[in-house]
Design a protein around this ligand. Structure first.
Ligand code: 13P
Ligand code: SF4
Length: 378
């Protein structure tokens, strides 16, 4: 398989293509030596040259659930930082989780930090009174730092992913009257709307303004308080892209990820996590047409695997998760070869107290029954 590098990268380093091709052989050799000691997990958005080595490939939910059952001592996570942290939290204490490139983060996860969330919680307490803990359920999207998951666990809340957000919100509303949802406003809003919550009861918390920029009345009347965060990849899909495909192809089905904005989700035929998108298109009859609103590497992979179907990116622009893309075959070869040499590099650590609290929140998520993991209610 040829290595995918950008023109800028090739110009900066003309040897890169050849080195990436050689890296594939280096990875194979290192894996053969390491045998069952290592398991590679790969997110669907990861580039082909890397994800081809994943023992388990999936969406965030699948990777956390199946990753938690891995027996190997070393887990190499070809994803982004928060995914590797979750593997540490769900893993055994003697397991080692490695991120091949420490710069593989997530811009959405970076939109909420512990200090901001604690400030917001204190401000909510000022408005709602000391019973806030009994009235508001914190729910964090998987795409968040470990210490935010820890915060949520401490207050009895749950983590959710794009494949179980509705189950998580239903669980939360069975226990408390309001949900504080971070950091992805779109997943929260799209899910709440599908559950029949009126838009005026879902307010947006701006972390850069006192009290989120909200009045006491707005906070008191809200059922869902949404953090003002978003995915820089999925926000590139626009409602006009849906209109364009529909205008030119009346038989096209628009399928999008729930991190897309509400105006896009409302116009789509189908909405769901990356695994849902894969499943729907793979199972569709030959001749089906799909315009897909999610990361370009996954869309291209689905397209190549389904030559009898028309599969295209919803947007005319290349919607790439540039942080996931930072993991190259060279990075994977490097961490594996270092393991062969008995050296651990790029290990992801989560402090024990954070791990204990975050585990509560992740276990709450994993305990939501599978039949409630409905894709936003479709
Ligand atoms: P899922 O893996 O839940 O589909 O989410 C996509 C994503 O953006 C991961 O960062
Ligand atoms: Fe983060 Fe968006 Fe990339 Fe997912 S696709 S890792 S949410 S930036």
């Amino acid at each position: 398989m040829s290595a995918a590098v950008t023109i800028e990268e090739r110009t900066a380093d003309p040897t890169l293509v050849q080195r990436e091709v050689e890296a594939v052989e280096r990875i194979k050799r290192a894996r053969a030596t390491l045998g069952d000691d290592v398991v590679v997990l790969g997110h669907h958005y990861q580039r082909d040259e890397v994800v081809q080595f994943a023992d388990i490939q999936g969406d965030s939910y699948q990777l956390s659930k199946e990753g938690a059952l891995v027996k190997a001592k070393y887990i190499v996570f070809a994803g982004v930082h928060f995914m590797a942290e979750s593997a540490v939290i769900l893993g055994r204490d003697d397991q080692v989780v490695i991120l091949p490139n420490m710069n593989a983060g997530c811009s959405m996860a970076d939109m909420a930090n512990l200090e901001q969330v604690m400030t917001a919680w204190a401000e909510l307490e000022e408005v709602l009174g000391s019973a806030t803990e009994e009235r508001v359920m914190p729910v964090t999207y998987m795409n968040s730092a470990a210490n935010l998951k820890g915060f949520v666990g401490q207050y009895g809340g749950t983590v959710c992913t794009s494949s179980n957000a509705r189950g998580a919100l239903e669980w939360a509303f069975a226990l408390r009257e309001k949900v504080f949802f971070f950091p992805d406003q779109h997943l929260g809003r799209n899910t709440g709307k599908r559950m029949g919550i009126p838009l005026e009861e879902m307010v947006l918390w701006n972390p850069f303004k006192p009290y989120g920029g909200l009045t006491d009345e707005q906070i008191l009347n809200a059922r869902v308080i949404l953090w003002q965060g978003h995915c820089s990849v999925h926000q590139q899909f626009r409602p006009e892209h849906v209109d364009l495909w529909r205008k030119n192809h009346d038989d096209v089905q628009v399928i999008v990820h729930p991190e897309c904005m509400m105006d896009v989700v409302d116009k789509a035929d189908l909405v769901g996590s990356t695994s849902y998108i894969v499943k729907v298109i793979d199972a569709a009859p030959a001749g089906s047409k799909f315009a897909v609103g999610t990361e370009v590497h996954l869309v291209n992979r689905i397209k190549n695997r389904n030559p009898d179907k028309f599969v295209t990116l919803l947007s005319p622009f290349s919607c790439l998760c540039s942080t996931m893309y930072r993991i190259t075959p060279l990075d994977l070869a490097n961490v594996l070869e270092r393991l062969v040499a008995g050296e651990v590099v790029n290990q992801i650590h989560v402090p024990a107290d954070v791990k204990a609290n975050a585990l509560v929140a992740l276990n709450n998520m994993l305990a939501i029954p599978d039949n409630q993991k409905v894709i936003l209610g479709d």
